[in-house]
Each structure stands twice: as C-alpha cells, then as structure tokens.
Write a protein that binds this ligand. Sequence first.
Ligand code: ATR
Length: 298
Amino acid sequence: MTPHALNGLDWLRPDLLGSTKLVGVMGWPVGHSVSPPMHNAAFRHLGLDWAYVPLPVLPAEMPEAVSGLRALGFVGANATVPHKRMLYDLVDELTPAARAIGAANTLYIRSEGLLGHNTDAAGFSRALREADMPPEGCHALVLGAGGAARAVVYALASSAASVTILNRTPKKAEALAHAMSFEASAYIEAGSLDRETLARLSAHVDLVVNTTPLGMWPHVERSPWPEELLFPREASCYDLVYNPRRTQLLRQAQLAGAAISDGLGMLVHQGAEAFELWTQKRAPVDIMRAACEAVLEP
Ligand code: ATR
C-alpha cells in the first residue's frame, strides 16, 4: 500500500457522539493500518454507534496506553507490531489461543478485568476454509518462525495437521515446534528453509504457508521459494502477505498449477473475530473485505 492509499476515504469515517463506543488499534507505526477503515465500514453497515481509531503508541508507553484506554471507557483494542507480546503481559486474563501463541492482538475491556485474546489463529483457520484449503489431517509446510508463524502453527496443530516449520534460522523453528507441541496428537517438526529441504519435502506436502515478509512491498521480487525449484502442483499455497496481493511466491505456485490464496482473507477474518468479541454480533465479512480492497493495492 502506498502512503496515499488511505486518502479520500471520508465515507468510512464515523460521526463521533458522546454515546459512541470506542475501539482502536495500538501500533508503532500505525498510520497505514487497514483496520480502521475495515471496522468502521462494518459498524456503519450494521448501523452501530461505534468507532475504530488508530492509536500510535510508543513501545515504552504501552502500560500507560492500556490503562488509559480503560480509563477512557474504550471497549477494546487491537495491538499490532511491536505490541502483541506487551499486551499479553499487561492483561488480567488470557484466552487459550493467546496463551498458547504467547501474544495478544486483541484487548477486551470488561468490568471484571482486561482480557487478552489472539484472533490471528482463528482468522487464519477461517481464511483457509474460505479458500477451500481445509487443514484437517494435511501435511503443512510453514515458512518462517516469527510471531505470525506461531499463530499459524497453533491453528494448524489445533486442526490435527502435521506441520513442518522451516526457517532461515533453524534453531528458531525448533524452538517454535517445541513450544507448540501442546497436543499429544500434534506432529510438528522443524528444519532449515533452504533449497535442499524444500526439494525433499515438496513431494509430500499438501499446504505451503508463507509467514515471512519475503515478497512484501517494496521488495516484491523476493520469494521464500527458490526460483529454480518447481512448486508442488498438488499442494495449496497460502501467503500471509497482502501487500501486494499477488506475491512472487503466489505467481510461482499458480504457474505450477497449485491453488493459491493471498493474506487478505486472514486480515479480514482476524478482524472479524475481534469485531464479534467486542460487539457480540456477526461480522459483515464481505463489507470488511471490500473496505480493505478499497485501500489496498491490487
Ligand atoms: P512476524 O512477527 O511478523 O512473523 P518476525 O518475528 O520478524 O515477524 O519473523 C519474520 C520471519 O521471517 C522469521 O522467521 C525470519 O527468519 P529468522 O528467524 O531467520 O530471522 C523470516 N525472515 C525474515 N527475513 C527473511 C529473509 N530475508 N529470508 C528468510 N527468512 C526471513
């Protein structure tokens, strides 16, 4: 997304009244977040007197910011990079997903205390199903072992997929595999993200998920999949990147004849999960997707 892409969206801005319920996104930086237009479009569509605002918060000021949201009567907030771990440490209670992933991207402020949740895993699962890539029992390759990979591996392991995590730094993949072996049924292994390993595993894989930033704007020519290695055509490819939507990895997979999906689905569904937690109403997913599409580059 270019810095100009959020211009001209006055129609998404809510009218703020004394009665307006407030939520927002804490990030640093947060100016290019797609979440405000996505949620405000949903509130407007359902006629809800709610508003979602960007909240630029310096990492060192997260404790004050979270107390401030409570004091100001906010219903909740999202936390994005680099605040997800900090939010995890600041809440009174964690959902099982947030606890297992070790990070919270959603705050729900209730009278009995602050609840930290992680909607990335459920958002990813919903996006996979929507893309007709059901994870149950499949063998998935997860490329990368950072924060996004934690949510993806948790979602896949919860669906009884067998998972191989491949990372540039194999030790981080091993640590993630160990941390996520929470279910007796979960089969998770780790390795190095290199050509040899991908070539060896690609014959037996059903789903490849990219959680690395490779291919993200502005380095759109990059891909975690080696150029000279054919992508397995029987596998599906899910790229968490949504900027641009058609990444180099997805082009490689599509060229091989594989089913592909970009990261917009996960973006929308993690937002929908948070929306439903705060409002207790079903999220208008199509409206949220259209709002994202209006602000993202094709
Ligand atoms: P996030 O929290 O958004 O997932 P992150 O924690 O910075 O982001 O993780 C990014 C992941 O992409 C990491 O697994 C990282 O690999 P390392 O653990 O070796 O750092 C991976 N990654 C980032 N840049 C990469 C590159 N140029 N080549 C291969 N992997 C890369």
